[in-house]
Design a binder for this molecule. Structure first.
Ligand SMILES: Nc1nc2c(ncn2[C@@H]2O[C@H](COP(=O)(O)OP(=O)(O)OP(=O)(O)O)[C@@H](O)[C@H]2O)c(=O)[nH]1
Ligand SMILES: [Mg+2]
Length: 306
């Protein structure tokens, strides 16, 4: 293959299948947040891999769910929109999928989009589920797709070479292009502001329990890059009930302090400099049931029935 290629590849799968982890592994940068809980990714996040042969723009998307209202309605729509707008698709299925039909559904959905596609089985390091690898690969091949299997955590030499294979496969799926789509130095087109807000959301997932992380949103209030000493970042964590504020803050501010210090360290790594991070917690009662508030927080649902 001599000609230069560039295009978008959508990562489609069930919640928790390992889409974001795989994308980060492929672009060799933490671009998309990852947690042990399903439905972590809320908006599409792009990760770029550029080489002499081409530029692959991976589009990580929320896990597939059935919903037509509120935040879940937005997640469902966002995944669908990614599927419609990319050049090619990767069906991502994990060996630890709770229900076998779920993997089948993903493969059927992706293979019916009339776009170039392949299927990738994830989490192959989970020894107790090793028998699932062949079953899932078989499902993919039966639908006419090429099948791959990979583990994206703690990759060894074999995984690193599989990563190269996957990048080559990705190139084959995207169109020829006279030029790259983005600056070849970029590993993501996301703004530093968005990346920072996402890191805070990730730390909320890590330090908060039950439904709490699902019911909160995060937004930037102020990003003062020319502050006197170090850049000053003010971020608001928005909860849906007054009673949740105390849980996010914790006894004498202990929980919020942990979220803040973990997030600051990671944002500093991304930005390559020290920052001052100021976190605030506020309540917008049931924000996910209110279209105006959803929009304000960046979750714009176009077909809502409200
Ligand atoms: N053992 C193992 N765990 C993995 C692997 N890939 C991802 N995980 C774990 O699976 C969980 C979910 O990973 P994510 O990358 O957030 O999954 P996702 O598909 O993006 O999930 P949503 O954003 O919720 O749709 C995390 O705890 C990851 O650490 C893998 O290859 N092996
Ligand atoms: Mg994700």
């Amino acid at each position: 293959m001599n000609s230069y290629r560039a295009g978008f590849i959508g990562l489609i799968g069930q919640p928790n299948a390992g889409k974001s982890t795989l994308m980060n592994f492929l672009v060799d940068q933490k671009v998309s947040i990852v947690t042990a809980k399903p439905q972590t990714t809320r908006r599409r996040v792009m990760g770029i891999h550029s080489s002499k042969e081409g530029q692959i723009v991976f589009v990580d998307s929320p896990g597939l769910i059935q919903a037509d209202r509120g935040l879940n309605g937005f997640l469902a729509q966002e995944a669908e929109d990614v599927m419609r707008n990319v050049d090619a698709l990767w069906a991502i299925v994990s060996v630890d999928e709770e229900k076998a039909e779920d993997a089948k559904k993903v493969i059927e959905l992706v293979s019916s989009q009339k776009k170039p596609w392949i299927g990738i089985v994830t989490k192959t390091d989970l020894q107790e589920k090793a028998h699932r690898v062949l079953i899932l690969k078989d499902l993919i091949e039966k639908k006419g797709g090429k099948a791959f299997a990979i583990s994206s955590v703690d990759p060894d030499e074999e995984e690193k070479s599989l990563r190269q294979d996957l990048l080559q496969e990705a190139l084959k799926l995207i169109p020829e292009s006279p030029a790259p789509l983005y600056d070849v130095e970029l590993f993501t087109p996301e703004s530093a502001r968005n990346l920072a807000a996402e890191v805070v959301r990730e730390k909320c997932f890590e330090h908060l329990h039950h439904e709490l992380p699902y019911n909160l949103a995060v937004r930037i209030i102020k990003f003062d890059e020319v502050a006197k000493t170090v850049p000053h970042l003010s971020i608001e964590i928005i909860v849906a009930k007054e009673s949740h504020k105390g849980m996010v803050i914790g006894k004498a501010g202990s929980v919020l302090k942990k979220i803040g210090s973990d997030a600051r360290k990671e944002i500093e790594k991304i930005m390559g400099e020290k920052i001052f991070l100021d976190l605030k917690v506020s309540c917008r009662e049931d924000w996910f049931s209110n279209n105006r508030l959803m929009k304000e927080l960046g979750y714009v649902v176009t077909d809502s029935k409200d």
